[in-house]
Design a protein around this ligand. Structure first.
Ligand code: CP
Ligand code: NVA
Length: 310
């Protein structure tokens, strides 16, 4: 039994195994309906319990479909219906009960502490479906999407992130170290990534460059990423932050600095950080990116259950 909480704690050989398994499984599903099981039914009878302390569309749908395609079932708990949320039951007791009734637990949370308390108290796999500091299932899936479209290992590509230093970027930084790809980050000086994460990346041979000019960050890149300037529960002066990022919007002009065949990715939902023509344009692969969450999360679930094939 393994947890899936942050990319940095998972050995690269396991991350690569997840991606390879997802590739194989995706191919095998060409003629199947959304809820048809994969032929080997690897998680037959298993129950995934999921809970969202913050809004979700893609993570909710993709985990539901993922476990169904592996022949298991899913149950989504409403936080406002649990004793936990009203202070009527402890997190540790909740963790023990979830471990008794379910076979895996996927949580989107507003607190890193909750994740670590749960990790200590759960006897079933715990999956981080987004926390204040990371979004590992999203980013591993994005590595899959990039390799699928570019048809080469991500280590041979230059990835560019222009935008806020948020949970998705943190996981992308971890992925860049693990998968050894070049990562250019473009953001205003006062919104640079977390110093201790950058220190960890440098210590582990990270190939990360930070720019305060979005054109320089985008130059010669194979992939341009962005995300909302204001993340969920971001308690800042929103109008000021959006103004601070006014030179970091992805426009067709910025896309021209990247390689001709560069792609645009965004985990969604979107705000005002990208123009409509880029978001819906030829280079945008955001819907393929969203759908791939299903395939990669299936293989993440199999990793957690110790059922990944080589
Ligand atoms: N990208 C992503 O995690 O989307 P949701 O917030 O809709 O789950
Ligand atoms: N950074 C965004 C990602 C949403 C999927 C947020 O945390 O709101």
């Amino acid at each position: 039994m393994k947890h899936f909480i942050n990319l940095r704690n998972i050995p690269i050989r396991e991350l690569k195994k997840i991606i390879n398994d997802a590739k194989k499984r995706k191919k095998l599903r060409r003629n199947l309906n959304t809820l048809d099981s994969d032929p080997d039914q690897p998680l037959k009878g298993k129950l995934l319990i999921q809970m969202f302390e913050k809004s979700s569309l893609r993570t909710r749908l993709s985990f539901y479909i993922a476990i169904k395609q592996l022949s298991g079932g899913a149950l989504t708990l409403r936080t406002d219906e649990l004793h936990l949320s009203k202070g009527g039951e402890s997190l540790t007791d909740t963790a023990k009960i979830i471990s008794t009734f379910g076979n895996a637990f996927m949580l989107r949370t507003d607190s890193e502490e909750k994740l670590s308390t749960l990790k200590k108290n759960m006897t079933i796999p715990l999956i981080n479906g987004l926390s204040p500091n990371s979004h590992p299932t999203q980013v591993l899936s994005d590595v899959f999407t990039i390799e699928e479209i570019k048809k080469k290992p991500i280590s041979k590509l230059q990835i560019c992130w222009i935008g806020d230093s948020n949970n998705v970027l943190n996981s992308l930084i971890e992925a860049s170290v693990k998968f050894s790809f070049k990562l250019n980050i473009g953001c205003p000086k006062k919104y640079q990534p977390n110093k201790s994460l950058l220190k960890w990346a440098n210590k582990n041979k990270g190939k990360i460059k930070i720019f305060s000019n979005s054109k320089l960050a985008a130059k010669n890149s194979d992939v341009i990423f962005t995300d909302k300037v204001i993340s969920m529960n971001d308690k800042v002066n929103k109008a000021k932050k959006i103004k601070d990022f006014k030179n970091f919007k992805i426009t067709s002009y910025i896309m021209k600095f990247a390689k001709k065949d560069a792609i645009f990715l965004h985990c969604l939902p979107r705000g005002t950080e990208v123009t409509n023509d880029v978001f819906l344009g030829r280079q945008s692969k955001v819907f393929q990116q969203a759908q791939n969450r299903i395939y990669v999360q299936k293989s993440i679930l199999l990793y957690c259950f110790g059922k990944l094939r080589n």
